[in-house]
Design a protein around this ligand. Structure first.
Ligand code: PAP
Length: 311
């Protein structure tokens, strides 16, 4: 059997935003940092029925959704002042499938049912699709997601003294579908269609709706993942406490998220603060021209046509 490296060497490749290689694997573009982990996870990961898998394309609200689900599932274990989210980036509270769990599915805290991935639905490890575990998916207006990703990259490359490609060139690639775990429209459509087929298994969320009505969606999320709030908890303000603890304002001002580092000492080390920028809907207006916005909107309209989904 060919090794992962041999398979990777045969895949179509392009340069991604930071000039690193991105490979076309099973119909999606996979960054050089993650591709081997994706393949290993597909081969090795065994899901448990109690698992809750947080799925998303990059820069669509993953950090926030991880915080909310972690706070929901741990609310009876920790009180307001001891929750690990107050001292750890949420990415360090929820293992990442293609990095932390790629070698083995046993490398987990048995008390934590959460894991996260950016892998598209059709390429998830078979056991996640087949087992009765739950999937929660979050998507976002691609204009905001694109801008968020580009600015994230600028901050990372600046810290490495590297020059990124221009925003216009990055946008061109994005519109061609060449983005990490993209094309974005295929990522969203895969989970959207699966959520229509299997509404008990997949909860489909939009970042904009979560911002608009956080309390309602947090209750819905808790019900869906099997950790519903009791009427007593609702009366006691438990939902509101979770919403405030996980708010952009609160998390971004925690010491750990201002000065800490994620995956320190590894090639993927990133300052925690890069995961918190503005947390707003519509910030794309400050970066994209109306023509760029209209072009991406029209691509999305065409790609999502007939699906019943709008973004
Ligand atoms: P990832 O794919 O690297 O995990 P992800 O968390 O999906 O990133 O996206 C980061 C975006 O979520 C950032 O958006 P922005 O660049 O437009 O500001 C980040 O600010 C936003 N974000 C992070 N935490 C929160 C939060 N608690 N509430 C709302 N938005 C948040």
């Amino acid at each position: 059997m060919a090794s992962f490296k041999e398979i990777i060497s045969t895949l179509p490749r392009r340069k991604n935003l930071g000039h690193n290689d991105i490979f076309l694997y099973q119909g999606f573009w996979c960054d050089t940092f993650f591709i081997e982990g994706v393949m290993r996870a597909q081969q090795n990961f065994r899901s448990q029925p109690s698992d809750i898998v947080i799925c998303s394309a990059p820069k669509t609200g993953t950090t926030w959704l991880k915080s909310l689900t972690f706070a929901i599932v741990t609310r009876s274990t920790f009180d307001d002042s001891t929750n690990p989210l107050l001292n750890n980036l949420s990415h360090d509270c929820v293992p990442f499938l293609e990095v932390d769990l790629a070698q083995s599915s046993t490398n987990r805290d048995p008390k934590n049912p959460l894991l996260a991935t950016h892998v598209p639905y059709s390429s998830l490890p078979r056991s996640i699709i087949d087992s009765s575990c739950k999937i929660v998916y979050i998507c976002r207006d691609p204009k905001d997601s694109f801008v968020s990703n580009y600015l994230f990259l600028l901050r990372i490359l600046a810290s490495e003294d590297m020059k990124p490609i221009a925003l216009e060139a990055a946008f061109e690639l994005y519109c061609e579908g060449v983005s990490s775990y993209g094309p974005y429209w295929d990522h969203v459509l895969g989970f959207w269609k699966a959520s229509l087929d299997r509404p008990d298994k997949i909860l489909f969320l939009k970042y904009e709706e979560l911002i608009e009505n956080t309390v309602v969606y947090v209750k819905k999320l808790a019900d869906f993942i099997g950790y519903p709030f009791s009427s007593e908890e609702i009366k006691n303000g438990s939902v509101d406490k979770i919403v405030s603890m996980c708010s952009f304002e609160n998390l971004s001002n925690l010491e750990v998220n201002k000065s800490g580092k994620h995956r320190e000492g590894t090639p993927r080390a990133v300052e925690n603060k890069t995961f918190f920028r503005k947390g707003k809907v519509g910030d794309w207006e400050n970066y994209l021209t109306p023509e760029m916005a209209a072009r991406l909107d029209s691509i999305m309209l065409q790609k999502l046509n007939g699906s019943g989904l709008t973004l």
